[in-house]
Write a protein that binds this ligand. Structure first.
Ligand SMILES: *[C@@H]1O[C@H](CO)[C@@H](O)[C@H](O)[C@H]1NC(C)=O
Length: 408
């Protein structure tokens, strides 16, 4: 009798907890977020974001309880959303230098070698996997008639920087060395990266510039990439800080975890208080808000950047200033050697201005740039293209990638 009462009490407490968490997420996020005015299917967008926040919040709760980490829970749930296979491509799971990769080859025979695409998915080091991007990779391989290599780089919670990047580099080099075996034309290899994968794509291309023994990369396709970890006070960081799915808060969470930085340094990163004046003087010409065209600027006053210098923050965070992780601040000579580029920027994205700054840097150095600026999209939309919760912008971006890649 007593145990029955105890059971009921536990059950009631659990129901209350679940209800409480749901309500908390609802109030805290749904009422606080900004939905871009130009997004269609606004209810769909809200529901989707509610689900996403619920996932992250439960992940954080389970992590506190030491049951499962937040990244792990997100990965398990995301992989449940897997979609059907595409029967027009041959899919092979392989390991390149111990990195899991998936090769997508069009089934139709081709009389000449095909284009190659190295695809690096996004997800902030937390989300994304070979399975969750399977449908997208199949589609890209089929539509562009290319051999596509998707890299299943290692992620959080087990692996932080630089493991994922090294995985991408090793797998790319292995692929470039074995193009012949996969029927790929060495003069037509494109690297395509989304979000954090976009950053990896550029870094890899920059490293490969010093490898004349390997085929030269023909083009880079960067889909709403993060390209620097220095100035987080650009107009888009402030304007779009509460716009899903990459709110400024979630972005900084990803960065702290990916670089295994203690959360107490969050403010120093956001305000730039760890950046010494002389380093800022060097980067200012590339990273200051003054380089953002007027129509993208805030009505809100831009805060002074960087904030008052904090030396202990500098000693702790100086690695973030490294150009090896911020490809936007590579030297002019490096930028000038980069291949033709497709940049996809999203108007309502915290990372929008990274793309605008990069566009200027590439153009100033004479690199051919094709821009695709999306007004009715949001960060991370690409992943949803074949889901029930799809948006027109997903297909618009895919079409832009296909058009650009076909021309290469
Ligand atoms: C520097 O930043 C840290 C972390 O935000 C803070 O605890 C500390 O008081 C700051 N030091 C100075 C001198 O402002």
């Amino acid at each position: 009798m007593l145990s029955l009462v105890a059971c009921e009490l536990v059950l009631a407490a659990m129901c209350l907890l679940v209800l409480g968490v749901n309500l908390w997420v609802l109030l805290n996020y749904l009422l606080k977020i900004d939905i871009p005015p130009s997004i269609p299917h606004r209810m769909r967008f809200r529901i989707l974001y509610y689900g996403f926040q619920l996932m992250v919040t439960w992940g954080n709760i389970l992590e506190r309880l030491r049951i499962c980490t937040m990244p792990k829970l997100c990965q398990i749930l995301q992989d449940l959303m897997n979609t059907k296979r595409n029967c027009k491509v041959v899919v092979t799971d392989l390991c390149f230098e111990e990195v899991p990769v998936r090769l997508f080859q069009p089934k139709a025979t081709s009389s000449s070698p095909r284009k190659g695409i190295i695809f690096i998915h996004g997800g902030g080091g937390i989300l994304g996997s070979l399975d969750s991007y399977h449908a997208l990779c199949s589609l890209l391989a089929q539509e562009t008639d290319s051999v596509l290599l998707a890299v299943g780089y290692r992620k959080l919670p087990e692996h932080c920087h630089p493991v994922g990047l090294q995985d991408c580099l090793c797998a790319s080099i292995h692929f470039l060395k074995s193009l012949k075996a996969y029927g790929v034309d060495p003069s037509r290899v494109v690297i395509c990266g989304e979000s954090m994968g976009g950053s990896a794509a550029v870094i890899i291309i920059q490293i490969l510039l010093g490898r004349p023994d390997l085929p030269k990369i023909r083009a880079q396709v960067l889909i709403y990439p993060i390209l620097q970890t220095i100035n987080f006070q650009l107009p888009s960081h402030l304007q779009n800080q509460n716009v899903p799915f990459l709110t400024r808060d979630f972005m900084i969470t990803c960065i702290l975890r990916y670089f295994s930085i203690d959360p107490s340094w969050k403010d120093a990163i956001l305000t730039g208080a760890y950046i010494p004046q002389d380093i800022w003087m060097k980067y200012r010409k590339w990273l200051s808000s003054d380089n953002i065209p007027q129509r993208f600027r805030n009505k809100i006053q831009q805060p002074e950047f960087p904030g008052p210098f904090n030396k202990s923050a500098y000693l702790e965070l100086k690695n973030l200033l490294d150009e090896g992780i911020s490809p936007l601040v590579a030297d002019d000579e490096v930028i000038a050697q980069l291949p033709a580029t497709l940049l996809v920027s999203i108007h309502w994205d915290v990372l929008r201005d990274d793309v605008l700054l990069y566009k200027k840097r590439l153009e100033d150095q004479g690199v051919p740039v094709t821009c695709y600026h999306v007004e009715d999209g949001f960060h991370g939309c690409l992943f949803l293209f074949d889901k029930i919760f799809s948006f027109p912008c997903c297909w618009d971006i895919i079409n832009a990638i296909v058009r650009f890649t076909k021309d290469m």
